[in-house]
Design a binder for this molecule. Structure first.
Ligand SMILES: [Zn+2]
Ligand SMILES: [Zn+2]
Length: 130
């Protein structure tokens, strides 16, 4: 069974074969800005198991650091994935379709979360990185 995802407007979609890797939610101030939310939520993928199904030409890339970038839909602004040296290495969980069998494994940089965010107490959390 393959896992699929798409952006908000639906013009871009992708497929992941095999299982998703480690899932992480990062609450640092950079992720809040980058993902317009209280935290990022992502899963690692093997580049060889990731395929764009349609809309790849609508992707824009923002280089956030050397060799690293965010890829988003230029129509609707959804951030779909992060890339390292041009290859997809992380997908953002918010764009997944349906209910794949995953849970966020760890919450990181909880020590710098927004004051307005209330963390559940029963999750695996780290003040900084694990
Ligand atoms: Zn879109
Ligand atoms: Zn972060």
């Amino acid at each position: 069974m393959s896992i699929t995802g798409e952006c908000f407007c639906g013009e871009i979609s992708y497929q992941v074969t095999g299982k998703l890797g480690d899932t992480t939610s990062c609450h640092c101030s950079r992720c809040r800005k980058a993902f317009s939310s209280q935290a990022s939520a992502s899963a690692l993928v093997q580049p060889s198991q990731f395929t764009w199904l349609k809309g790849e030409s609508l992707l824009s890339t923002y280089s956030s650091a050397q060799d690293f970038g965010l890829q988003f839909c230029r129509m609707c602004g959804s951030t779909l994935c992060t890339i390292y040296k041009g290859e997809v290495f992380q997908i953002m969980l918010g764009c997944l379709n349906g209910s794949p069998d995953i849970e966020i494994g760890k919450h990181i940089y909880v020590g710098s979360k927004a004051k307005w965010e209330v963390m559940p107490s029963d999750v695996t959390q780290f003040d900084k990185g694990p």
